[in-house]
Design a protein around this ligand. Structure first.
Ligand SMILES: [Zn+2]
Length: 342
């Protein structure tokens, strides 16, 4: 119960309504003044994208809520999301009444839309599909793990994203930083990135933009390196599974530290540029499996304006310097159909 109070609290705490007043002064006449105004606008946009934290503004999204939907329909829908309450959550006192669900769903979608806009401003791109969010009391028996999954199909040598799902136990949904972490995945998963980089960027957003997360940032990457039996960086073995194992904390912290260090060296726009370059080439769609780190470093080096292979080799990543022809040849080779029977 008392849900209304809680959602109002969430609103007032987390939603900073930014009123942007466009004042067109009659004094601004002539080319020079217009140019200056244009430059100022661009600077504002730059600042918005390079900001150290999120500035959430009220979203213009349409929001429809139905607290008692039929036929497995969602409880709420907005421009970029659908929202569902799982059965175990609806059995709880706080969500068992239609009005409680209505108030919560509306508030949650308003907030998530604002977060979406903010993330879109930072990344400069957005996923094409709606994000289907389900809230639980316990997800897979736990109140500790939130998951974002991007489904895709592979056909005619191309990967297509077919849907994005987010699953939150309520204890995790209530943490702003976790929502930021998961929404980062919803945005960047469309590039099928190596797991370590995917998680590194998500923790970066969680820690440096949303100011949350208990992850350590290692100042000395060489000192904290863990190697596997082949002498390679243990991060390369991270396939996204095995959460909770003894290496988990180290993996998140180390991946984040690598991503953060490179961003400090080459600027806030480094990863934005990486995604822009990938988007332009569309080669990530043509890989069958996960993206190899060498492929990522090929784009990172272009974005940084410096060959980053030595940096990654020094940290025992399994990388070598690639040209685009190497990537195209790799893709061609993967796509050759074996005609031999077995
Ligand atoms: Zn994650």
């Amino acid at each position: 119960m008392n849900n209304r109070n809680r959602t109002l609290q969430i609103k007032s705490r987390e939603i900073i309504i930014l009123l942007v007043l466009s004042v067109v002064s009659s004094l601004i006449i002539g080319c020079a003044a217009l140019q200056e105004a244009q430059q100022k606008r661009e600077k504002r946009m730059q600042e918005k994208r390079q900001g150290k934290h999120f500035l959430l503004s009220a979203s213009k999204s349409t929001i429809n809520v139905d607290p008692t939907p039929v036929d497995d329909k969602p409880h709420g829908e907005s421009d970029h999301y659908t929202l569902k309450f799982a059965d175990d959550l609806m059995a709880l006192d706080d969500y068992d009444e239609a009005l409680e669900r209505e108030v919560f769903a509306k508030s949650a979608l308003v907030y998530m839309e604002s977060l979406y806009d903010s993330m879109h401003n930072i990344f400069g791109f957005k996923p094409k599909h709606k994000i289907h969010v389900t809230l639980y009391q316990l997800f897979r028996g736990s109140n500790r793990h939130a998951i974002t999954g991007t489904q895709y199909r592979y056909g005619n040598n191309i990967k297509f994203v077919t849907g994005i799902e987010m699953h939150f136990p309520m204890d995790m949904y209530e943490k702003h930083e976790v929502r930021v972490h998961e929404l980062t995945h919803a945005f960047t998963n469309i590039y099928f990135l190596p797991t370590w980089f995917n998680e590194g960027v998500a923790v970066l957003m969680q820690k440096e933009y949303a100011k949350g997360g208990m992850f350590t940032k290692f100042d000395n990457l060489e000192l904290h390196l863990k190697k596997d039996l082949n002498g390679m960086n243990e991060l390369e073995n991270w396939d996204g599974h095995g959460a909770g194992g003894p290496l988990t904390q180290w993996r998140y912290a180390y991946a984040y530290s690598v991503v953060s260090e490179l961003r400090e060296k080459y600027g806030n726009q480094l990863y934005i540029k990486v995604f822009e370059l990938m988007e332009r080439d569309q080669l990530h769609q043509k890989l069958i499996g996960a993206m190899p780190t060498s492929f990522l470093v090929y784009y990172m080096s272009q974005a940084a304006g410096k060959d980053l292979v030595p940096f990654f080799q020094n940290l025992k990543f399994n990388v070598r310097k690639l040209e685009k022809t190497d990537i195209l040849e790799y893709i061609r080779q993967l796509n050759v159909q074996n005609t031999g029977g077995h």
